[in-house]
Design a protein around this ligand. Structure first.
Ligand SMILES: [Zn+2]
Length: 149
């Protein structure tokens, strides 16, 4: 299957400046190298930017009981919550694959718990930033905390 990649959608929003993007990339790249992936050998790193401007990294951690493994994004979100963050301003995911490495379906929902529809999700490979999508593009018509008020 060919992924439709519209270059007009690859740009990060203006408020997410280059320095912050670079810091998120560095955090995610460093986290990726710590991944515990003895089964898939597929290292993923993530970085979550919270409402305080803090960046929280995460890496995937596999388990011999396969379903017990956790994704990089989930680890980053746990770190954010532990540090007091409750709003996700941006997410960066880095993995090494021929096409974009996007958050899995479960992680899209985990991000949704703390993020708005227009939250940018930056996709990168080890060579650099590739594209930016919004959470709405990745998880349209989503269910979230606003449904439970
Ligand atoms: Zn995931």
């Amino acid at each position: 299957m060919t992924v439709v990649q519209d270059p007009s959608q690859w740009q990060a929003p203006a408020w997410l400046d280059a320095a912050t993007r670079a810091a998120m990339m560095a955090a995610a790249q460093a986290a990726r190298l710590q991944a515990h992936v003895p089964y898939s050998h597929f290292q993923v790193g993530a970085a979550v930017l919270d409402e305080h401007g803090q960046i929280h990294p995460g890496c995937n951690v596999e388990n011999a009981a396969y379903p017990q493994g956790v994704c990089a994004e989930g680890g980053a979100i746990s770190a954010m919550v532990l540090a007091g963050g409750r709003q996700i301003r941006a997410v960066l995911v880095v993995g090494d694959a021929p096409s974009w490495v996007t958050p899995c379906g479960g992680c899209r929902q985990k991000i949704r718990e703390f993020a708005g529809h227009d939250t940018p999700i930056l996709l990168a490979n080890p060579q650099g930033w590739q594209a930016t999508l919004t959470l709405e593009q990745l998880l349209p018509h989503s269910f979230g905390p606003d449904h439970l008020v």
